[in-house]
Design a protein around this ligand. Structure first.
Ligand code: NAD
Ligand code: UDP
Length: 311
């Protein structure tokens, strides 16, 4: 099949391109390289079934396709808050352009949605029928509301135009190929540790997150895309929950370093807790996020060892 992966030169997108090629598909990554990099797909550029199209998805595009995975969007709070208006436009106009292409080609369209749909949740763990607690006018609104609107667009194109859609709500995912300057917690802690710097805990570090290794996420995304009937929304993530302080301690344990933890101001609207209920994905897809944090962190630390010295 011919698959388009928008955001294909990003962290998750590059792993997805690789997995799709390994299954024998033709893959076109469409990416403006704003937070992704050519480096992430360097190993694929010579593959006869891979193309990298450097393009901004807020501008219309056309390519023949059977599957469209829509991942183009900055994902780290640092990056998506740098140009919040562009973040909204990418989510809304970028998704419309992808859905229009799906309507025109008959391709199936998967949206990389997010746990941020739930905002700072007052239902825990989060189930797909929970409508969320999002501050529309806060600094995270550009991403959260942008992604919520992307979901709306998917379901409206489905109802109005008959587009086949799949909506995945991705929870915190980590692994090799996160950018050194990504700003999200796992890469920050690893990069800080490998540089011998204190680990920056925002607030007291009692807020929780559930961390999924990228390989498990990619398996879930592909299984959802190929499921014959499920539109989603479907939570994809690892349901084992850690405080941010526990994550910092785990990183120090794996790197065998003894470094201080320093507290920094907690960003506005930072969700206090987050854990996916993945019953739906387990039942419909057999989704099994089997790689535990300690193992996934080891792979990620190995990757960053090759990067940190270069930057
Ligand atoms: P990332 O920043 O590494 O990847 C995003 C990619 O999209 C980058 O390659 C970037 O250059 C590209 N991009 C951004 N704006 C674009 C535009 N206008 N046109 C073309 N390309 C554009 O982040 P990631 O973690 O790989 O996230 C991938 C997707 O998954 C995003 O949509 C994100 O919202 C979603 N997601 C990720 C997580 C996670 O924990 N990694 C969690 C929830 C949702
Ligand atoms: N965080 C932190 N130190 C950092 C980066 C992030 O303590 O150097 C915290 C952040 O405040 C949040 C959690 O870690 O509570 C996860 O942040 P991230 O930016 O990775 O993703 P989020 O889930 O908030 O989108």
């Amino acid at each position: 099949m011919r698959a388009i992966v928008t955001g294909g030169a990003g962290f998750v997108g590059s792993h997805l391109c690789e997995a799709l090629l390994a299954q024998g598909h033709e893959v076109m990554a469409i990416d403006d390289l704003s937070t992704g990099s050519r480096d992430n797909v360097a190993g694929l550029l010579d593959h006869p079934h891979f193309t990298l199209f450097v393009h901004d998805v807020t501008e219309p595009y056309f390519a023949p396709a059977d599957r469209i995975y829509n991942l183009a969007c900055p994902a780290s709070p640092v990056h998506y808050q740098r140009d919040p208006v562009k973040t909204v436009v990418t989510n809304v106009v970028g998704t419309i352009n992808g859905l229009r292409l799906a309507a025109r080609t008959g391709a199936r369209f998967l949206q990389a949605s997010t746990s941020e749909i739930y905002g700072d949740p007052d239902v825990h763990p989060q189930t797909e029928d929970y409508c969320g607690n999002v501050n529309p006018i806060g600094p995270r609104g550009c991403y959260d509301e942008g992604k919520r609107c992307s979901e709306t667009l998917c379901f409206d194109f489905h109802r109005q135009e008959g587009v086949e859609i799949r909506v995945a709500r991705i929870f915190n995912t980590y692994g090799p190929r996160m950018a050194v300057d990504d700003g999200r917690v796992v890469s920050n802690f690893i990069v800080q540790a490998l540089r011998g710097e204190p680990l920056t805990i925002y607030g007291e570090g009692q807020q929780t997150r559930s961390f999924c290794y990228v390989q498990n996420l990619v398996e879930g995304l592909m299984a959802l895309m190929e499921n014959p009937t499920e539109t989603g929304p479907m939570n994809l993530g690892n349901p084992v929950e850690f405080t941010i302080r526990e994550l910092a301690e785990e990183v120090l344990k794996i790197t065998e370093l003894d470094l201080p933890l320093v507290e920094r101001e907690l960003p506005a609207d930072d969700p206090k807790q987050r854990r996916p209920d993945i019953t739906r994905a387990q039942q419909a897809l057999g989704f099994d996020p089997s790689i535990p944090l300690a193992e996934g962190l080891r792979y990620t630390v190995d990757y960053f060892r090759t990067r940190v010295n270069r930057s």
